[in-house]
Design a protein around this ligand. Sequence first.
Ligand code: CP
Length: 350
Amino acid sequence: VSSAFSSDSSSGKPSPPVGVELLTPWPHAHLITSSDWDLVTVRTLLKTANHYFQTVFQTGSSSSCNPSDNHSVLTGHSVVNLFYEQSTRTRISFELAAKKLGATVINFEVSTSSVGKGESLEDTLSTLIAMGINAIVVRHASSGTPVLLHRQFGEAIHIINAGDGTHDHPTQGLLDLLTLFNAFELPLGTGTLQGKKVVIVGDILHSRVARSNLYFLNLLGATVHVVAPPALLPKNIEDLGCTAHHHLEKALQDADVVMGLRLQRERQSDQFVASLAEYTHFYGLTQDRLQRFCKPGVFIMHPGPVNRGVEMSSDLIDHPQSLITKQVRYGVAVRMAILSLCLSKPLTKS
Ligand code: CP
């Protein structure tokens, strides 16, 4: 697999995006699990993503791809969005990111594919590889799916994890980091989140977003607290680097950032909360609660989709301190960085 970076016509050498000076050569052909990426890797990714954000979104020319600004690095490459679970933000932002980089993008529709005839995930991937597809972006309800695919196919195709079961959602964790660094105006190459208290509230038990954020927030030095009703808080969650609470007001004390999570009823086989009304009464995030307990200027985050009025009140979602729309916008830039960097790394035998 050749380098995805555009060539510098004077030297013929690859011309990587800004950010890569932190880490040359870039080491990862895949994004399988958040914890595979160390601090230098994450800083490089954030710098590269921010470069894409500034050049694609801040210039007001979001539809343009200027080859001289390295935005056509994936011309000639093909990416399949292989989503076995529903998605709006992740799927569309990966599609947008790949297209902005010049790639051919194919959205695999499970409902109209041969999956309905009984074709396995492995045979589906073998079929895509036979067609010469360069990369897949995979979302699956089964935790660990990207690990298994990487083991079997990692020498043949780039694999990007877009969320696996309750295990991991690395691109969400990375876009949340970029959102926070820019909200706090921290330098991406050297800054840390030390001294920042981040409170994650909601269905921690079923949340891959919580697990990815626990890894990345700890890596950058934040202090993380998680809050949920007892049935939605895994017993060993503190092993992942956080303080666990059942009492919302206590957890919110002096928070710099509050991240709400959705009640994932599609993953809940039992009745984990007595009623939605009771959940909202004890754990719903409202302006009043944040004003009374958090630091002034606390930032509000949510990975989406949001159940308005359940885990978070509408006025909070649309509040000036809400970063929710920014999270979505940074998501495109982060996914551009992930695709351009990972596809620049030749596939090798591991
Ligand atoms: N945050 C997130 O993963 O949203 P989608 O399910 O819409 O992709």
